[in-house]
Design a protein around this ligand. Sequence first.
Ligand code: SF4
Ligand code: SF4
Length: 512
Amino acid sequence: MLVLPLLQHIGEVAECLVTPGERVLKGQMIAAPRGDVSAPVHASSSGTVVAIEPRPYPHPSGLPAPAIIIETDGKDEWLDSEHGLANYHEIEAARLLDHIRQSGIVGLGGAGFPTQVKLGSSVYHNIELLVINGAECEPYLSCDNRLMQERAAEILEGVRILQHLLKPDNCIIALENHMGAAREAMQVAVDNTADRAINLVSVPDIYPSGGERQLIRILTGKEVPSQGFPADIGILCQNVGTATAIYQAVVHNRPLVSRIVTVTGAGVKQPCNLEALIGTPFLDMITACGGYADRVDRLLMGGPMMGFAVNTDNVPVIKTTNCILAVTRDEMPPPPPEQPCIRCSKCTDVCPADLLPQQLFWHARSGNLDAAQDYNLFDCIECGCCAYVCPSHIPLVQYYRHSKAEIWTRDRQKQASDIARRRHDARKARLERIKQERAERLARKKQQLGSSEDTAENTRKAAIQAALERVRRKKAQTEIAPKNVDNLTAEQQQRIHEVDERRQQSGKDPEQ
Ligand code: SF4
Ligand code: SF4
């Protein structure tokens, strides 16, 4: 049984494309991306969709989330899809980015940001340095180390695709000092590519060297601007797992249906790294590692510093699951009760982002979110170093997470009300415009009617004028006639004489 949540990434929830009872094949898209920042979900094995419903989900809230449940048939039958884009050197960036989007790839370092969005915004920046991050995010994790040892050639091919897309001047593959075997494997792969622009660089085994901003600072001495992105300073960072997923998608047309997961902790009998199908329940992963050891206290997704507890092992592996950590009480005792801050400033001393955790805490606790933002709350990478050293055992990161969530909610509500206000204003303006246009149309009609009435009146006046003119001419003729009376016959002269007499008697023209 596989449980595939519709949200396994940062962004919009994917839109379900299947219905219960439908047979699906491995690699088939079963949920489509919705909006620009989203990622599709693919069936990670063949089988039948048996339900689409909320299921336990690996998230700090512990709330269930909508998921597609597939009863697998054991055949693991791939969708007979078209061949990949092995000739990617000849393909333009836009098509490759769309292919990466359709393959459902997200950042596998743990962030889960859709990869094509990160790459898409970087394609139009001038990227000078491409950083491939092989440094583990946290203690306990070894999934990237294992991947580099076993699939170095695939990582390198993924790097070549990224180089084709971004055209960086240089490329660094970063590993930690203790990763000797991985370094050897990667060095062989780099030598085989004969690409002089790719360098392997080891960084100290100090947490959190694997964090994007910290790694960039270690490698280049440059600071990513506050609330900015590495692309703003000409750098793009991708995880080694993401590079492999890009290779599989582009060259073999295989969408993201599995990932390497570290299953570890004193609560697991045989800790190891497993390649897990997305959707595999945590319990199956633990069972594949020999089952639980005695006295398991908590189960976490992620490492001990940035991970979070899940309240059931029925949650599935999702794209961002880099580690399943089963800890005992001895290994990770529950935190003692929180005490008041004693202003020791130990938290400030250890903050890798150069923040003032104590100030952030004050503002977060008092709900002064604007002040917390003024202290660069969003530059906090939630590494947990401050909480780890705090002698008062204050769960500082939880305060920061809560404040960030509050600010996001507030911003979303503000955006929604802004959109509603803009729509209201637009409607008002549209109604005003319609009213005005109607008034103008009426005015034009009236004007047209008025001018046609004038024309009829003028025609009538002209006809009267013409009639009067005709009468005048006729009268003039009759008045001229007596002057030529000598040329008329006697009968005509008699007739004129009679008419004149009658006119004089009546005072009127008798021929009118
Ligand atoms: S380490 Fe803890 S007690 Fe010390 S200043 Fe920071 S929050 Fe306060
Ligand atoms: S969690 Fe604490 S130490 Fe880590 S970046 Fe945030 S404020 Fe700094």
